[in-house]
Structures are given as C-alpha cells and as structure tokens.
Design a protein around this ligand. Structure first.
Ligand SMILES: C[S@@+](CC[C@H](N)C(=O)[O-])C[C@H]1O[C@@H](n2cnc3c(N)ncnc32)[C@H](O)[C@@H]1O
Length: 296
C-alpha cells in the first residue's frame, strides 16, 4: 500500500501526506502560496536574471526535496514571466535558468500526477514533469530553462550539480527528520559550497525558524538571518555564505533569547555565543533591527 495520500489545505488546494514522515509536504496555506511566498518571492529571480554582469552564466537553483514540484514550478512560472516581460520590452538580455531538483522518493509526485484534478498547478506542466521523471531532465523550447532531477539522497547527489546561487531547502520538519536539519547536514552542504569558494554567494531559503536549526546552520559556517513571515509562520529563515546578502541577520536580541531557550543545550549556547559575540562587538549598529527573535 502507498505511504502517500492526498490531504486538503486551508485555501481549498491539496497537498500530499507521507505516512513514513507522518507529515504533509506543505503547510496548511497550500503548495503554491507557500512556494511563491517563502521561496520564489525571497529568491528575487528578477534581480538575478537581469543582472547584466552575470549574463553568460545560468542562474542555478537547487530545489531540495522536489516533493510534488510546487517550488520548482512556481520558480519556472516566475522566470517565464520575467522572460516574457523582457521580450515585450525588447530590453536587456536575461540569464538562463537551471533548476536542479533532488528527491529520494518520487512516489508522492506520481500520486499527484495521477490526480491532476486536485493539483491544477501541475496540469499545465504535465508533459514537462513526465519527461523529467522519465528522462531525468527537461529543456524548454527557447533553450532558456534546463531542469534536472537528481534521484537519491541529496547529501550524496549534490556533488553532481553545479554551484548554486539559490537553495530551496524544503524537507519534512526538523522534529520529524532531525538528521536533515542537523549540524552535520549543514556542514555537508557548506563543504560542497566551499568547493566554489571564489564563486557567487549562495542563499538557502527555508520555512522553519526553529532555534536548533538556526544554531546548526551557524555552527556549520553559514550566516543566518530572518526570512519573511507567512500566515502559517511568524518567521522563516535564510542562511547565506555571505553576510552581505542578509538584510536582517540574527543579532543581539536573538542571542539574548538563546540564554533561556529550552530547545538547545549549554554547549550549543556557548558555541553560538563564541561565534556571535566578536561579530556583534565589531559591528555594534548593524543589528539594531534584530527585534523579531523568538527562540523556542
Ligand atoms: C516537504 S517535501 C518537499 C515539497 C516540495 N518542495 C514541493 O514543492 O512540493 C520533502 C521531500 O523531500 C524528500 N526527501 C526526504 N529526504 C530526502 C533526501 N535525503 N534526499 C532527497 N530527497 C529527500 C521527500 O521524499 C519529500 O518528497
């Protein structure tokens, strides 16, 4: 019997529930609103695709946890919109897009493809998705978009993909699969990114704001900041290889609240303090807007 079943969301759309993870793939706001809000809007595709200094290089996005492809499809639709706008305006050149999706179990997506009436956002991309599943990659007709699927464990297959500017990190929740949100997991990602040390910064977007996850990102070597809120989450998180890309880094208020957080131990508290205090002392004014902190 399949471990996947279709469940409903608050906006009348549907998600896929995984019995093994004991969790739906999306929050109750629904797959596409979540994809557009947490991932696509924060990734700023327009700014990146129109960057004339990078015009010869494709914009590489890692879609970690393909799931039912909501994040990937929302990204492709946003980029198609930007390509059309640029063509209509006959303006500047636009960069190509490369999406690398990672997934270790495609059964959830297959279930959704068999129930397209409940997943209308997949209908327009049915042929594309079938080609992706069948051949492992898909190119759009204009040659601007390349989409590749890496099947297997992300931490093994990430090395098959080129350097990313954007990572959408969208696994099941940290309470369900803590190993995918651990220091070790983020260290593996950081080591992979460090192979491209002279390259462009990488920003990792994720829905969780859990204190242990933010701590794990920090001790693994990422700079960490607040991501935008959604109707389901008061905060989300952005991790980056370059602090300059973060408009709202975690700062003094977040560190202060760590002192009474029950979700991390004293050893982690000290490691984070040792990392952050010298930086806070050096840049006293830079973190004045750090007012959202809410360690759990
Ligand atoms: C929350 S769902 C992703 C939802 C998806 N981003 C979307 O837009 O529909 C998490 C996905 O990660 C996959 N996954 C879990 N562990 C993985 C691993 N180690 N490597 C690759 N994929 C994994 C699961 O099978 C599941 O499809």
């Amino acid at each position: 019997m399949s471990q996947y079943k279709i469940v409903d969301c608050d906006d009348g759309s549907f998600s896929v529930f995984c019995a093994q993870a004991d969790q739906a793939m999306h929050s109750r706001i629904g797959p596409m609103p979540e994809a557009r809000k947490i991932y696509v809007s924060q990734a700023q595709f327009g700014r990146r695709l129109l960057d004339q200094t990078l015009i010869e290089r494709p914009l590489v996005v890692y879609d970690v946890g393909l799931g039912i492809a909501a994040n990937a499809i929302a990204s492709i639709e946003e980029c198609e919109r930007i390509y059309t706008q640029a063509e209509d305006a006959q303006s500047c050149k636009v960069r190509n897009l490369e999406i690398h999706s990672f997934e270790n179990d495609i059964e959830g997506l297959k279930l959704a493809l068999n129930h397209l009436e409940q997943f209308p956002f997949l209908s327009a991309h049915e042929t594309t998705l079938k080609k992706l599943l069948d051949k492992g990659s898909w190119n759009d007709e204009s040659g601007r978009i390349h989409w590749e699927l890496h099947t297997g464990d992300y931490f093994e297959t990430q090395k098959l993909a080129p350097h990313p500017e954007i990572i959408f990190y969208d696994f099941y929740g940290p309470k369900k699969v803590p190993e995918l949100w651990s220091e070790e997991a983020f260290r593996k990602i950081k080591i992979h990114l460090d192979h491209y040390a002279d390259d462009l910064p990488t920003e990792l977007f994720t829905y969780t704001a859990a204190t242990p996850v933010r701590c794990a990102m920090k001790v693994a070597g990422f700079h960490v900041g607040y991501g935008i809120p959604t109707t389901a989450k008061r905060e989300t998180t952005i991790a980056s290889t370059d602090p300059k890309t973060l408009s709202q880094p975690l700062g003094r208020a977040w560190l202060d609240k760590l002192s009474y957080s029950t979700s991390i131990d004293d050893r982690m508290r000290k490691r984070i303090a040792d990392l952050m205090l010298p930086y806070l002392a050096e840049v006293p004014g830079a973190l004045a807007d750090d007012t959202q902190a809410s360690p759990s």
